[in-house]
Structure formats: structure tokens, C-alpha cells
Design a protein around this ligand. Sequence first.
Ligand SMILES: *Cc1c(COP(=O)(O)O)cnc(C)c1O
Length: 263
Amino acid sequence: MTDQDGGQMKKQDPSARADQIRTALASVRERVDRATRTAGREQAPEIVVVTKFHPVEDVRVLAELGIRAVGENRDQEARAKAAEVEDLDLEWHFVGQLQTNKAKYVVRYAAAVQSVDRPELVDALAAAMGREQDKRAAQGTPERDPLDCLIQVDLDPRPEQERPAGIGARGGVHPDGVLELAAQIDTADHLRLRGVMAVAPRGMDPAGSFTELAEISHRVRQRFPDATWISAGMSSDLEQAVAAGATHLRIGTDVLGPRPAVG
Ligand SMILES: *Cc1c(COP(=O)(O)O)cnc(C)c1O
């Protein structure tokens, strides 16, 4: 793995790293609180810190700083990290493109999958959850909670080949397909429909994209009133997401620093 910024992937003085994260997180929390007040909202959205590419030691620091939810976008990395910090009271949110054959691993550690975007993935997650619950019953371990599912919506009107590369350039269901997928999740065993998620398309105004997501969320809630989560906003556009009503923000860079590559 290369390390462009020469920083966080190498061993660093742990207390210096912890200070760095504490300072960065405090400033993100300030931005979120300010945006919350500006929007006239009573409650600030939850910050899900996206820890991909950053070492598991950072996850421990985040837990000490009161972070309850962390996000990852690759199963192998997420699985390894979650196993190393099993002792922490943390929720793991899967936020990346997910192959159906990875569903069986993801349901072992993830509380939520924010990137549900097609019928085959709903089927795979439901089946994997069923097997996980059966396994737990056979072992005498308690059932796990249903898997929280967010529908990832593709808000980019451009054809795929014309999109700038980057997070969210692929993945997501077309807005017209959201209600049908919501109904499928709602009726599936072991899955809990929580709401919608989107990445603002690169090179477009995030405020407009998040307004569209809020409208889609409104339509989903008319049929499924409990599907109240709106996951929107990353480091560069969290203010616009808060203004548009996001309940969850997915923040990586501005808390943990730059990553070696965009994933
Ligand atoms: C990496 C990632 C983020 C975090 O992005 P930053 O710009 O680093 O804050 C958010 N959402 C998804 C889906 C991601 O993959």
C-alpha cells in the first residue's frame, strides 16, 4: 500500500496521533453543530467516521472520543478491523459497493449496510442473515439485531462513462427504482429498512443533489414511516447535507486525514 501523505499508515507516536484525531474531530463537530443551528434543526446528525485505509488503532481512539459508528467500504478490511476491536461498543456501517458473495461475511460484523442498491443484494443479505441467526441459535448465542439497510440512490443524471471517477461514481439505484427496492427490503426477513443514502455526484452542486435525496426520502416515508434515516454528506459537503435534513454524515478525510487512494 502506498502512502501519499507519508503520515498515518506508518507507525506514529500514538499520543500524537490521538491528539491529531481529537482536534480534527472537534472541528468537524463544530461545523456540524453550526450547520445544525443554521438550519434551525434541534438535533445534530450522527457522525459516522469512515475509517477505510486507516489503522485499527484510529478506531480505538475514535471510540474513546465518543464515536459510536464507523464506516468501511471493503469487506476484507472491515472484517479484520471489526475482529480486532470486538471489545468496543461500536456499530460498523458498510458503505461501499457490495458483491453478493460477500454478504455472508458482512452480516457477521455490520450493524448496517448503507449501500443496498439491487434486488439480488437484498436476497443475499436476507439469506445470509437467516443463516447467521440459525448458527447463533445452534451455538446458544443470542440472536443479532436485524440488519439495518439503507438504499443507496444514484443521483447522477450523467451516463456512467461521462462521470468523473471517485466515490459513488458507480453504485446506487436509479431514483425511479427506490420504492420497489424499499418494498423488497421491508418484506425480507431479518432486514430493517432504515432509509436512504447517497453520495453527491462529483462536479455537481451538492445542495441540489441532497434536496433531491430529501424528496426521495419523503416519498419512501409516506409508505414506510420508520425509514427515517438520510445518510448524506462527506467531508467536503457536510454543511449542505445538514441543511437538506441528513440524519447521518459519513466523514473520513476531515477527521482522519488523507487516504492513499480514493475508494
Ligand atoms: C470514503 C467514503 C466517505 C468519506 O469521504 P470523505 O470525503 O473522506 O469524508 C463517505 N462515503 C462513502 C461511501 C465513502 O466511500
